[in-house]
Ligand binder design. Structure first.
Ligand SMILES: Cc1ncc(COP(=O)(O)O)c(C=O)c1O
Ligand SMILES: N[C@@H](CCOP(=O)(O)O)C(=O)O
Length: 468
């Protein structure tokens, strides 16, 4: 399998190279030259596999430059009941109306990011040891990528993490999860701005090729293709868990911000998984919902990005959307380059002539959810099913219920546990959310964080000083 850039400027490259590369040198996102197609016999063979065995079968199609026995060992030690709480790794529960919830948040930091990040940590460690190299990760988080990355990388030899987060915009639990880590290889930097400002800095540093090479800068965001491919796996597992046979079709509803999670669903569908629809659920930051309803993409600036009670989705410039648009425009890198030049000029773009394709050929539909919807959904699911869902998953359930067709099997992706968003759960239910063991007193621990304006140069100086 060789990898190319959405903007056409990357010579076909191997998996282990793009793993350490992050953004392509032309500023585009990396994708495989083609998506592998899964035939019916293969799908039948995969139905009864454990999560780790299924992950190995899928990931080896993409990471074919890692010897198979090494990859199998690496995947097997990633997806264990000890780390993810049960042998199923991603169990499915049903609400009374038949809606299925795919549990993805039972890993160390209580959000779906652990599913991919735990693998990424082991992949980095493996490839860096083979090559005798080190890596300095610069990441951006709106709340969950940061902690998942820091927990996956803390104490790992040859890896430093510099994580940018929006100052004061995350929940108290999310802040404490990250800022209380005292490991020498973990550096938390709060940026006065929103997630998009943090991600812009990550991309600016990635596009400074001299700095990137000198300080060996890598990424853990979904900019990194390995993150996306690890997320493809749970669409297959969720499909098998929610159905009785491979003759059935399901739809997935995905709470979305940076479009990485649902992009993995798009890839699973392109590989031949029987997915009917991909339902994109946004919060009040509804740039993606607007696109899937109108074909117009109008990313907003920080001033028009709202701080909401599903803060991890407070994103207006969805990075992975570029990967989908690459497929939508027939994998034409010149077209993508031109469209993103318009985005850079804050003009956005209009692909309403492709709207029919987004729905019929690619299966996308969308909806949005507000604070009031979120509270109502949390209350409803608690009252009817005795399940407490987090604010992002509530956005997904609200949109899934609004758009579900008669007889349609819909799997909602649970993207975090409610313990991370206690203020909103208390507002909805007048009680605290359940808190898993081991997180008692988290918010009282001493915290360590440096605050900067949204300035890529200041971040580069900090990294250079920290690395000596
Ligand atoms: C809890 C939660 N829900 C939903 C999302 C949105 O996922 P994505 O950015 O992949 O669209 C995120 C952040 O990624 C998240 O942390
Ligand atoms: N919602 C994320 C933001 C970044 O997403 P990623 O998938 O690109 O890492 C977060 O919680 O940090």
């Amino acid at each position: 399998m060789r990898y190319i850039s959405t903007r056409g400027g990357l010579a076909p490259s191997a998996f282990c190279d793009i793993l350490l590369m992050g953004l392509a040198p032309d500023g585009g996102l990396v994708l495989p030259e083609h998506y592998p197609r899964i035939d019916r016999a293969t799908l039948d063979g995969w139905r009864s596999l454990s999560y780790a065995d299924l992950a190995f079968e899928i990931i080896r199609l993409f990471a074919d430059d890692i010897p198979q026995e090494d990859l199998r060992a690496l995947v097997s030690r990633t997806y264990t009941a000890e780390v993810f709480g049960s042998p199923e790794i991603t169990p499915v529960k049903r609400l009374h109306d038949g809606l299925a919830i795919l549990e993805l948040s039972n890993g160390p930091t209580l959000a779906f990011k652990d599913m991919a990040m735990q693998l990424l940590g082991n992949l980095f460690e493996y490839v860096l040891a083979k090559r005798g190299e080190t890596l300095n990760i610069l990441g951006a988080t709106s709340g969950d990528t940061g902690s998942a990355a820091e927990y996956a990388m803390r104490g790992k030899a040859g890896i430093n993490v510099f994580m940018l987060s929006p100052d004061g915009r995350m929940s108290a639990f999310q802040r404490a999860q990250m800022y209380s880590l005292q490991d020498a290889n973990i550096h938390n930097i709060a940026i006065r701005g929103m997630f998009d400002d943090c991600q812009d800095i990550v991309k600016a540093v990635q596009n400074d090729h001299a700095f990137k090479a000198r300080y060996r800068i890598g990424t853990v965001n979904s900019i990194n293709w390995a993150r996306v491919v690890a997320q493809v796996v749970y669409y297959f597992k969720g499909y098998f868990n929610a159905t009785g046979s491979n003759d059935e079709r399901v739809s997935f509803c995905v709470p979305s911000g940076n479009f990485g999670n649902v992009c993995a669903g798009h890839i699973a569908r392109q590989m031949g998984l029987p997915v009917e629809r991909l339902i994109v659920a946004t919060n009040e930051n509804d740039v993606l919902d607007e696109f899937f309803r109108t074909g117009r993409y109008r990313p907003r600036g920080t001033a028009h990005t709202y701080v909401t009670s599903s803060p991890s989705m407070d994103i207006s410039k969805a990075s992975n959307f570029e990967r989908f648009v690459f497929d939508l425009v027939g994998r034409d890198p010149d077209r993508v380059r031109a469209l993103w030049a318009q985005v850079e000029r804050a003009e956005g773009f209009d692909l309403s002539d492709r709207l029919e394709d987004t729905a019929t050929r690619f299966g996308f539909v969308s909806g949005r959810s507000t604070h009031a919807d979120r509270l109502a959904t949390i209350r409803q699911v608690d009252a009817e099913d005795a399940v407490v869902v987090d604010t992002h998953t509530a956005d997904g359930i609200k949109v899934a219920r609004a758009l579900r067709l008669p007889g349609e099997t819909v799997v909602c992706l649970e993207t975090a546990l409610p313990a991370k968003f206690a203020d909103t759960i208390r507002e909805a239910l007048d009680r605290d959310p359940p808190r898993p063991a081991g997180y008692e007193g988290l918010e009282s621990l001493p915290q360590r964080v440096t605050v900067f304006d949204a300035d890529a140069e200041a971040v580069k100086t900090y990294i250079a000083q920290a690395l000596g």
